[in-house]
Design a protein around this ligand. Structure first.
Ligand SMILES: Cc1ncc(COP(=O)(O)O)c(C=O)c1O
Length: 398
């Protein structure tokens, strides 16, 4: 399509890699370990709460900041699981259409054209697109894979320092991290908090995988650290924690002045999001502890299953500390890059994975070209069939 039709802010964007590989997966009857959505449903009690809300007439616009019962549930949930106390549901919470809208509204509310936003790579792809939408500039810091001196994914502190400057307005954090599965430690967050305090930078903390963690990793909510409490906007959503990604109920928690910035944007982006699903999300956040323990156990088993399967198929994989993704090392297998490997996988082997180079800036793309991302939020039957195909197909390619 010609540039005359497309605005500059979208002209550089193609179809997302998820749409491309999901379409290829469908066409080739592949096991789809590409896009990160569960192929199983969320809890019955929560679905029943949604049906009841519709029957009970919770069907008109919610207040723009969100149904109060959900805002209260978000505040209680933060204190219950993360020691995030003192969240005032009336001044510190805005409910959005998924974390996706929350991320956009944080940027719209806080970042001006020409400002800079620091992103860790590989990044969740909407961060970079949103920075461009508002005419800001991203500064990229690569996460490095585990090696002889680092047991987990890590970052070079000098590289982070060098990314901060006089125009930096926002640091985007994502822990547990998609796609590496890294869980940022308290010590790493304290270092980043110090840097943000020094440069008066705000933090967008994307925590959509807050309940998908594998011991001994522990989720530390940045907003609970003294250096970050007053500058952090915590973003999360119901999608991953309750296997209801299609509901698109998300939220932002932030000190009142920062939440006000987000709310100003949100009121003219979507105004409010689906009322009955908000009511049911309040019920979701109030699920008993056993629900969250069972979710953790479910994903631990799936993680172990896919890690073992990838090893049997001869793929070296980095065990994630959280999230439902595994990065495998595909370097040295004779493919030009990760896109070529993933195309081969979906068309010839019958398994869809995502090429991680799309989660890097052009300058660091090469860092993702020796990897592939596999999602394990899938039923055992799908994981087992995917492994069977990988074992057969990759042995053939060897
Ligand atoms: C890191 C990260 N942030 C945000 C989102 C989007 O969340 P939602 O579906 O609530 O908009 C995703 C979804 O995959 C994600 O992986």
């Amino acid at each position: 399509m010609s540039r005359q039709i497309l605005a500059g802010r979208v002209a550089h964007l193609g179809t997302t890699v998820f749409s491309e590989f999901s379409a290829l997966a469908l066409k080739h009857g592949a096991m789809n370990l590409g896009q990160g959505f569960p192929d199983f449903d969320g809890p019955e009690a929560v679905k029943e709460a949604a049906r009841k809300a519709i029957t009970d007439g919770v069907n008109q616009y919610a207040p723009s900041p969100g149904l109060r019962e959900l805002r209260v549930a978000i505040a209680e949930h933060g204190a219950r699981f993360h020691g995030h106390t003192g969240i005032d549901p009336d001044t510190m919470v805005t409910v959005t259409s998924g974390a996706t809208e929350a991320i956009l509204c944080v940027m719209l509310g806080l970042v001006d054209p020409g400002d800079e936003v620091v992103l860790f790579e590989p990044f969740y792809d909407s961060y970079d697109a949103n920075v461009r939408f508002i005419g800001a500039r991203a500064r990229y810091v690569p996460l490095r894979p585990p090696d002889g001196s680092h047991a987990t994914w890590w970052f070079d502190r000098d590289e982070v320092r060098a990314a901060f400057g006089p125009r930096t307005r926002l640091l985007v954090l994502n822990s547990p991290h998609n796609p590496t599965g890294k869980v940022f430690t308290r010590e790493e967050l304290e270092f980043l908090g110090g840097l943000c305090a020094e440069h008066e930078v705000k933090v967008l903390s994307d925590e959509v995988y807050e309940h998908i963690l594998f011991g001994p990793a522990r989720h530390v909510r940045p907003a609970t650290l003294p250096s970050l409490a007053e500058r952090t906007l915590t973003v999360s959503s119901a999608g991953k924690s309750f296997s209801l990604t299609g509901w698109k109920i998300g939220w932002v928690i932030a000190p009142p002045a920062l939440r006000d910035a987000v709310q100003r944007a949100h009121q003219f982006v979507t105004f409010a999001t689906a009322s009955p699903l908000q009511a049911a999300s309040a019920a979701a956040l109030r699920q008993p502890d056993t629900y969250f323990q069972e979710l953790g156990a479910l994903y631990s088993a799936k993680r172990a299953r896919l890690l073992a399967g990838l090893a049997e198929a001869g793929l070296k994989a980095y065990a994630p500390e959280g999230s439902y993704f595994i990065i495998a090392d595909i370097s040295g297998r004779g493919f030009a890059d990760d896109v070529a490997f993933c195309r081969h996988l979906v068309t010839e082997v019958g398994v869809a994975a995502i090429p991680p180079s799309v989660f890097y800036s052009p300058e660091h793309k090469h860092l993702g070209q020796g990897m592939a991302r596999f999602a394990f939020c899938k039923t055992e039957a799908v994981l087992d069939e995917a492994v069977r195909r990988l074992k057969a197909g990759l042995a053939r390619a060897r």
